[in-house]
Structure formats: structure tokens, C-alpha cells
Design a protein around this ligand. Structure first.
Ligand SMILES: Nc1ncnc2c1ncn2[C@@H]1O[C@H](COP(=O)(O)OP(=O)(O)OP(=O)(O)O)[C@@H](O)[C@H]1O
Length: 333
């Protein structure tokens, strides 16, 4: 086996709960050292997919291969795939260091080595000096770092994360995203990260898997998925996209909000008349919302200076246009 072989393969993997099919015959490969985010609306099968990878659920059909071995019937405790959840599952009756040492103790690693490895990980996670603290004496962000140290101390080849940051405050989320991406790159561990948050997935992952109704709607680099969504489902889920009728019957175009130009006068070429509705301050600029033909919602990102010179008011008419080539033609549904 060479290092180019994928670490993980899903081949036609399904999961049924009674009559209900939560995951429908998915194919997916994950490379060694890759950071893959699985994203999609609530109930689309993200967690079920991750739990099958962890060995917490058995596939109803298909095969899951890790490192060339079929894993379908290998239980979680015989796998090298720890999982980190939002709810953490730290042991309240153990202190910070004992929590981190737990996995090593279970594997029969002797005390002095356990101590050394736990201390190394606590230091890596910026938790030096906290060894003796009880879990309930830590902040949310500190607990999250203890949970990561506890999962990583056994040096797994892959870490599974299920919405690990969703219980944290917004400012901590950004900081933990930095901690996670840096760790992942430094250690070269494969991360499979389930989230419903586009900003999290796009900020961290090498590749993003978009799921809908138990199926994979698209797999690609964040930029690819943002600029070239394959279907209306993906375009709408990713947000900040305008979906417009194309030239051919049934064809649809996507123009991202940051590629739309707003003009007070009708420009040359294709432009859409739209009435201003409202604006929203976003991190990267200001998103203006318009009502286009047939009540369609249209979005354009502008700078503060542009907003000032456009002086929009609800109901005022503008023209939205885009440069040739800025649009992406979607596959027919
Ligand atoms: N043990 C179970 N028994 C029956 N149905 C289940 C079970 N576990 C999950 N499901 C159903 O399978 C579907 C997929 O669930 P899953 O938890 O994978 O979704 P998800 O994409 O992770 O959603 P969320 O973002 O809300 O966590 C859902 O409709 C869910 O209700």
C-alpha cells in the first residue's frame, strides 16, 4: 500500500433505520492527512455517516474500508478512530490530566510514559498549569481543548469531530478553528469534521462534502463548491448565491453575491431590474438584498463607500449585472 491510497473508502454505503433510509448508497474517499468537512441541513445523514466511520453504527449495505481493511463489522473500541462531540463526554470525577491520560491507561501504557505524553499534550493545547483542575472549573474553550488532548494523546491516524464547536461562544469558535487547523496540519492526522456551519467548513477543510437527504450532493474544495455549485440544492445551501434563469429552457445560472454589480442606471448588456429591500453588515462587506422579477430574492455584496454613493432606500430601483464569465451554469436538476 502506498501513501497515495486513500485512508478511507465508502463504497455504496447505506444505513437503514427500519423503513427509513438515513444514508443512501454513498461513495466517498478520504486521503491521508486530509481535512474533510461533511456539511448539510439537519437530518441529512451527516452524523450517521460519521458514526459508521467510528464503528458506532453498522452499514446496512456497502463497504467501509480504512487503510485497506474492510471495517463494517469492527466495533468502535477496536478502531483507531476517536470521536469528539459537542457534548465532550469528559469524566467529571477525573481531573484534567487524568482525563487526558485515560486512553493511555486503557491501553496499558505504564505510568511514567502516560505522564510524559499527557503533559506534552496539555502543553500543546495551552493547558499547562491546569493538570489538577476539575473539569467543572474550566471554561468551555478549555474543556474543548482537554477533549482534543484526550483524543489525540493516543496519536490516532484519524480524528472524527461532530459539531465540536457548536456549544462555544462566537469568539471562541474562531480561536478554536485556528487551533484545530494548525494541529491538523502539524500532526498530519486525517480529520473528518461534521458541521452544519458553512463558515466553519469552508474556513478549515481541504474538501467539503455536501449532503442532502442521505445522499452526497457535491464533493469539492470550498472555493469550487462556492463558485460552481452543481445543483440548486447546493447553491441554495451555500447561500449568498443568486440563482437566475439561463438562456436555454430549464437552465439555471449562479452568480455569487460578491460578483454582482449594483448600478443606479441601466448598464449595457444583461442586467436585472430589482428593488432594494434591505442591507446586512457581514464580515467581508455589506450584503444588499433586492426583490427581482417575480419576487425573486437577489443579493449583491458592496463596500461601505459603494453603499453610501448608491444611497439605497426600500423600494428604490437598481440594476444588477455581472461581468461576462462571472456566472456558473448549473446542471439541470
Ligand atoms: N437510531 C435512529 N433510529 C431511527 N432514525 C434515526 C436514528 N438515527 C438517526 N435517524 C434518522 O436518520 C436521519 C439522519 O440523521 P443524522 O443524525 O445522521 O442527521 P444529521 O445530518 O447529522 O442531522 P443534525 O444536523 O440534525 O445532527 C434523520 O432523519 C434521523 O431522524
Amino acid at each position: 500500500m502506498t501513501t497515495d491510497d486513500p485512508l478511507v473508502r465508502f463504497d455504496g454505503v447505506s444505513k437503514n433505520y427500519g423503513d427509513f433510509q438515513a444514508v443512501k448508497g454513498i461513495d466517498l474517499t478520504i486521503g491521508r492527512g486530509e481535512f474533510v468537512a461533511i456539511m448539510g441541513p439537519s437530518g441529512c445523514g451527516k452524523t450517521t455517516t460519521l458514526r459508521m466511520l467510528a464503528g458506532l453504527e453498522t452499514p446496512s449495505a456497502g463497504t467501509i474500508t480504512i487503510d485497506g481493511n474492510v471495517m463494517n463489522d469492527v466495533p468502535a473500541h477496536e478502531r483507531d478512530t476517536p470521536m469528539v462531540w459537542q457534548s465532550l463526554a469528559l469524566f467529571p470525577f477525573l481531573n484534567v490530566k487524568e482525563n487526558v491520560e485515560f486512553g493511555l491507561k486503557m491501553r496499558g501504557v505504564e505510568q511514567s510514559e502516560r505522564h510524559g505524553r499527557a503533559m506534552l499534550w496539555l502543553e500543546r493545547m495551552g493547558l499547562k498549569g491546569f493538570e489538577k483542575r476539575r473539569i467543572d472549573q474550566l471554561s468551555g474553550g478549555q474543556r474543548q481543548r482537554v477533549a482534543l488532548a484526550r483524543s489525540l494523546v493516543t496519536e490516532p491516524q484519524m480524528l472524527l469531530l461532530d459539531e465540536p464547536l457548536s456549544a462555544l461562544d462566537a469568539h471562541l469558535v474562531i480561536r478554536m478553528q485556528g487551533v484545530l487547523t494548525r494541529l491538523q496540519k502539524e500532526l498530519g492526522i486525517t480529520f473528518v469534521y461534521v458541521t452544519h456551519s458553512q463558515s466553519e467548513a469552508f474556513a478549515m477543510a481541504d474538501r467539503v462534502v455536501i449532503m442532502g437527504h442521505g445522499e452526497i450532493a457535491q464533493i469539492g474544495r470550498p472555493q469550487e463548491i462556492f463558485r460552481a455549485p452543481k445543483t440548486r440544492f447546493v447553491a441554495e445551501f451555500v447561500g449568498r448565491n443568486n440563482i437566475l434563469p439561463g438562456e436555454a429552457p430549464g437552465q439555471e445560472l449562479v452568480v455569487a453575491a460578491d460578483r454582482m454589480t449594483v448600478s443606479a442606471e441601466q448598464p449595457e448588456g444583461r442586467a436585472i431590474a430589482a428593488e432594494f429591500v434591505s442591507e446586512e453588515f457581514a464580515g467581508t462587506g455589506i450584503i444588499c438584498y433586492f426583490e427581482g422579477p417575480d419576487g425573486a430574492e437577489l443579493k449583491a455584496q458592496v463596500t461601505e463607500a459603494q453603499l453610501e454613493s448608491l444611497a439605497p432606500e426600500p423600494g428604490k430601483r437598481f440594476w444588477l449585472s455581472w461581468a461576462p464569465g462571472a456566472e456558473h451554469v448549473m446542471e439541470a436538476a
